[in-house]
Design a protein around this ligand. Structure first.
Ligand SMILES: Cc1cc2nc3c(=O)[nH]c(=O)nc-3n(C[C@H](O)[C@H](O)[C@H](O)COP(=O)(O)OP(=O)(O)OC[C@H]3O[C@@H](n4cnc5c(N)ncnc54)[C@H](O)[C@@H]3O)c2cc1C
Length: 75
């Protein structure tokens, strides 16, 4: 499980999550995406890496709440 550093709704139905993921942040390149599961046995969904910070070891994703997994992530 990756620790959530920040989670907030930035505009209605759009959410921003910053996650502790140092290994991903170290290797991140523009245009790449991560595969995320909201729960251990949950569906895997792709979400683009919107930002990352190699010093802090964090990545940021921005997503729209459209279905089961994104609703769970938004919670
Ligand atoms: C490479 C890649 C990168 C992606 N990056 C992002 C990202 O950075 N941010 C983001 O919000 N999404 C992104 N997506 C889309 C994201 O993966 C889907 O929104 C997600 O899989 C939905 O999962 P769910 O279980 O919440 O919804 P589901 O229950 O699987 O879908 C619910 C319904 O919503 C529809 N739907 C799905 N996505 C959208 C959408 N964006 N707009 C309108 N209707 C939609 C589906 O067709 C379905 O009918 C990316 C997809 C890919 C392939």
């Amino acid at each position: 499980m990756f620790k959530v550093i920040t989670g907030r709704m930035i505009v209605p139905n759009m959410h921003l999550l910053t996650l502790e993921a140092p290994a991903v942040a170290r290797e991140a390149k523009p245009g790449q995406f991560v595969i995320i599961r909201a729960e251990e046995e949950g569906e895997r969904i792709p979400l683009s890496i919107a930002d990352w910070d190699t010093q802090m070891g964090t990545i940021t994703i921005v997503f729209m709440n459209v279905g089961r997994t994104t609703a769970r992530l938004a919670q």
